[in-house]
Design a protein around this ligand. Sequence first.
Ligand code: PLP
Length: 834
Amino acid sequence: MSSLTNPIKNHPNDQVFDLPPLAMDAEGLSQDFKHYYAHTFGRDRDCQSAYYPYKALAITLRDRLMERWKRTRQAYDDKRCKRTYYLSLEFLMGRTLSNAMLNLDVDGPVEKGLYDLGLMLEEIASNEPDPGLGNGGLGRLAACFLDSCATLQLPVRGYGLRYEYGMFRQLIEKGEQVEEPDHWLRDGNPWELERPEFTQRIQFGGRTESYTDHAGRLAVRWVDTHDVLAVPYDIPVPGYRNDTVNTLRLWKAAATDEFDLDEFNAGSYPESVAQKNAAEHITMVLYPNDASENGKELRLRQQFFLASASLKDVLRDWVRLHGKDFSRFAELNCFQLNDTHPAVSVAELMRQLMDDHGLEWGEAWDITTSTMAYTNHTLLPEALERWPVRLFRQLLPRILEIIFEINARFLAEVSLRWPGDNDRQRRMSLIEEGYEPQVRMAYLAIVGSYSVNGVAALHSELLVEGLFRDFHELWPEKFNNKTNGVTPRRWLSLCNPGLRDLLDETIGTDWVYHLDKLSKLAPHADDASFRKRWHAIKQDSKQRLADVVGQLCRVEFPVEALFDVQVKRIHEYKRQLLNILHVVHLYNRIKRGDTENWTPRCVLIGGKAAPGYVMAKQIIRLINHVATVVNKDPATEGLLRVAFIPDYRVSLMEVIAPGTDLSEQISTAGKEASGTGNMKFMMNGAVTIGTLDGANIEIRDQVGEENFFLFGLTAAGVESRRQHYDPNGIIANDPALMDVMNLLESGHFNQFEGGLFDAVIGSIRNPHDPWMTAADFRSYLEAQERAAAAYQDRDHWVRMSILNAAHSGHFSSDRTIEEYNRDIWGLEKVLPQA
Ligand SMILES: *Cc1c(COP(=O)(O)O)cnc(C)c1O
């Protein structure tokens, strides 16, 4: 055991914690800042680095969080309250500093204190790396949920992985995506607190054997394993101005200090030491795939590592507070699985309860199926996780035995309900038979959970009608919907201070807690002087965005133009291609001189493609080539600008959402589970152009059809069109689309690289195009024309903008979390210790 995990013999008495509360005013804050800057980090007047002011400020604020963090932890322990654990392979938290200042209510004093020292807060804050421990919507949702749980003072802890390298940095070179590793921890992370005393030991490999335990029962143990240590790092998650600070616990993999004795004695000392490296690889890097499975062994290792470490952590805490009696465990604990990524938790909880804590199968199963809850995030078949049985047998032999036993008992239940229906048993089995039998992780999650939810009304309906139909017939009561939301702290207060101040002045300040109160804005849409102020704030935000676009893309965006924005992961189902077809159409019109009543427009597109997703990378290239041709053509001056913004991430979205007029949410209906980018835009007063997909439907219901630009087939329409989909017929009958295709196919955007875009362009003409881009083109174009016309009537547009923000209250993640808590978790609010 290392010295860090040894209990100290020379234990301090409680006086060590007897500290006066830390000052929250400019004077006290700047005093601490000076102390850390000069004494702790030893900087003097020769220091030129902007990083140390950031670090000194971070520690100053972290101290304030520490006080509240401890009081929150102790309140949860003392109350022996029910808790929820949010298990997720991704947490896309964004920067911490400005959020901590906002939530602690010290942004004003800090700014003043620093100003007096000759420092600009904004510049200091820009030195914080943006931790990218997630791919996109799913990881960002986890972050918004943690913020809401802390603000609602619910005892919820996040569990995830501390990836050494987060999401890659995206560069654009000659129009192409180039990936660069993101070593975000290089300069250390002032916000994390290492907790070596809570290290866990995780097993891999080996074999199982049965034995008779001390009570004379037959038991199983998992032996000859290659173990890896899981070391927790805690990140504080402050609630909004309420003294609650919850915890995000991230696990880092570390080698055990044991050596392979055989190799060691055989004289291969370096090989034996080098083996330790393999263990640490588990948390080295985030897999950069959004909405697509990844069958790599290392990914399964990551999944089990998270599940096992987190469950051991919870069970150890249970024994500490409640002893070895698990009879009340289910009453007081809940695990929310963010997609199937942590679904192996179902089998791992069974294993720990039986093998480590001596429970019988029946007791363990009752506990598991009344504590696990599963959230599905996608209907795309390519995203459904399946792991080869062979891989499980090799990596997690004990877990595979348990999965087989769960399946045998489950299929017995199915055959009791539908005697003789062998086809159904085959369909519902946790094991997909075939040449390479696979474990179906979504089915494991459903069978092991008491709640299964989708993330928007349409998505939840499609789930029970399609993918999970058999399971819904068996257990209709398990299935429910929880429409996603986003936190109004980061996505309004923090990113749009101008709008925040106007809201505070107009409707009071409690909208931050109760976002529904934004509806009080609606009457002000009729007030000309209010509209003027609203418009001025929007124009300022557009200027800030234009500055960033100018810097990063070298493209000038005049703020009088309509800012038309699509930022999200690049994926065929999200149809960035449809967007670019429209841009090419506008370019055609300009070239043709068809510019009467033109609405000047700046089109911004951004997002990362998974490094192995060839088609997505081609789409990025096409966007960039179209942008180059359009922007340099003098005919487009003052009419059309196109830019691809590199390295889309949380901190960029904080500038993009406030500066957007038109939000592009144009996925093929039935394919986008919910979307959350759509909600951030709406909150900041953008108007949506979108299909009836995911949460767009609910956005339109809230804001009213007159304040939303709808187009495209419905989900049902998409499915029924598939049989007789004829894109070439559609193109032939639509002169505008024909012109667009002609220009693309002529090689106008790839003059010196013949055939470069053949695959992308060809996909539009393919009768089996799953995303049916051509089917929605005409309707999209007409919606764009309505949007362009509406923008020319400023009063009308500003009114729509106000009404969008006013009706965005439903999309606060506070509402979502209250629903999770009401229907699934049943937690009580707990105040931190006085
Ligand atoms: C909100 C957000 C997303 C999700 O966007 P969608 O449009 O819902 O796909 C992805 N990435 C980042 C950085 C975000 O902030």
